[in-house]
Design a protein around this ligand. Structure first.
Ligand SMILES: Cc1cc2nc3c(=O)[nH]c(=O)nc-3n(C[C@H](O)[C@H](O)[C@H](O)COP(=O)(O)OP(=O)(O)OC[C@H]3O[C@@H](n4cnc5c(N)ncnc54)[C@H](O)[C@@H]3O)c2cc1C
Length: 415
């Protein structure tokens, strides 16, 4: 087992770190100032995208590109450490065309789009000319169980008609967002299996009947690209906008999430590393009761625990990325559930320690910590709440026991 990143990955890490430091970090304060005023900072992001593309730092996340598509063709394992570097500045993945939810949508389109759909929607996404969103979650039903989704997608002649209310549609306020992939119920026939009653359609955001009602704040943070509430009222799209087959929506939603969760987790690790660096830097500089904060045993414990927990989590995430590369998304679904839980819980824990070391300043926007804590809290819901992932891991473990019941009897002293 070799724990080194390959020379190819190390070279990309250096190139990406250099770009982050000399381009993205320098623009960070301006990006935040413009975003705080409620405008999407396109004027900052677009030139950076052009520069990143020129340098080959583009579509790093998508392993299975076709010959004529722009990108680097990295495996999940090769991309993971790059996602960690991008994670340090939460808006930076867009600069490299590696941001959610576009990454998941590009993967979906890659797998299931017809040639016409690919030309209309995938090609401009891969080029970074447009943005997209994914609309599954609904305010009225427990959406962690996707079979609950109520938005209807009904065939009427040569059209599908869509009715429903979605929320937390990430990216829907981005000025370049052109479409949403909408998951809805296409059948209420009780004879049809519950997991085959949903479909996905591509809905242009300028279609008649689509209304972006509001950008929902995440705690006190308003993302300029939006986590939006969107209403679909008698929206008509041609049947050619159906993605995959009718009834395959649930299976496609599962297929979409494997690599995307690895990306989220690695970005989380980047944010945890940043929090740890900030914590250490503050602790060696700040003095209280005639000592540096770093001389207090509890602060040392927080630092040590953070180091070890981050390293443990990284090993797990890299293993999950490797499993996806070796066996495909289905082979990795338990590993992916595991890392999603571990990384999400890690982020609030490590960032919370850093906030404590900073004193009240840790709560202000003068450090990135309050945003990073909020994002960590959000991570415990997005792409599925912790409890659903725990259930997946527990079921897999219990399945092993059920396959061989009584196998531990020899270990009991009461046999
Ligand atoms: C920042 C952010 C961005 C998001 N972006 C998107 C997006 O782009 N598109 C999109 O469609 N959605 C998005 N979401 C929504 C997210 O996917 C959902 O919030 C998530 O799937 C949970 O659904 P829910 O909120 O309806 O919670 P519910 O399904 O109502 O669950 C509530 C709680 O019930 C408990 N629970 C549920 N199932 C179980 C179980 N099996 N065992 C034990 N307890 C359980 C859990 O504690 C859970 O937190 C985003 C969310 C956030 C916070």
């Amino acid at each position: 087992m070799d724990f080194h990143y390959s020379p190819k990955v190390q070279a990309l890490q250096e190139k990406l770190k250099d770009f982050m430091e000399h381009h993205v970090l320098r623009a960070n304060a301006s990006w935040n100032r413009i975003a705080d005023s409620g405008t999407y900072p396109l004027d900052i992001v677009e030139p950076l995208k052009a520069e990143a593309k020129k340098l080959g730092l583009w579509n790093l996340f998508l392993p299975a590109l076709h010959d004529d598509e722009p990108g680097t063709r990295l495996t999940n394992l090769e991309y993971a450490p790059l996602a960690e570097i991008m994670g340090r500045i939460p808006w930076s993945p867009e600069v490299f065309n590696c941001n959610a939810p576009d990454t998941g949508n590009m993967e979906l389109l890659h797998l299931f789009a017809t040639p016409e759909q690919a030309e209309q929607w995938l090609t401009p996404l891969l080029d970074g000319r447009i943005r997209s969103s994914f609309a599954m979650t609904e305010p009225d039903v427990a959406s962690s169980d996707a079979t609950n989704i109520r938005t209807t997608i009904r065939r009427d002649g040569d059209d599908y008609v869509i009715n429903g209310r979605k929320w937390f549609v990430t990216g829907a306020s981005h000025p370049n967002c052109r479409f949403a992939i909408v998951l809805g119920s296409s059948s209420d026939d009780p004879q049809v299996a519950r997991h085959q009653r949903h479909s996905m359609v591509i809905v242009p955001l300028n279609a008649s009947g689509v209304e972006v009602v509001r950008n929902v704040p995440i705690m006190h943070h308003v993302a300029p690209e939006g986590h939006c509430e969107v209403v679909f009222s008698n929206v008509r799209v041609p049947v050619s906008n159906l993605l995959g087959k009718e009834g395959d929506g649930f299976a496609m939603a599962q297929a979409r999430l494997g690599p995307g969760r690895v990306h989220h987790c690695m970005r989380t690790l980047g944010q945890c590393e940043l929090a740890l660096e900030l914590m250490c830097d503050r602790a060696i500089e700040r003095r209280a009761f005639s000592k540096h904060l770093s001389d207090f045993a509890n602060v040392q414990d927080w630092i040590a625990h953070s180091r070890l927990e981050i390293d443990q989590a990284r090993l797990l995430v890299l293993k999950a990325a490797w499993v996806l590369d070796q066996g495909g998304n289905q082979a990795g679904y338990v590993d992916v559930s595991g890392i999603k839980l571990v990384a999400a819980q890690l982020q609030t824990r490590v960032v919370d320690r850093a906030i404590q070391v900073f004193g009240a300043m840790g709560l202000t926007p003068d450090t990135p910590l309050s945003f990073l804590w909020t994002w960590g809290r959000a991570m415990r819901f997005l792409d599925g709440p912790d409890e659903v992932h725990l259930r997946t891991v527990a079921r897999a473990e219990l399945a092993k026991a059920k396959a061989n019941p009584g196998s531990t009897r020899a270990w009991l002293t009461t046999q």
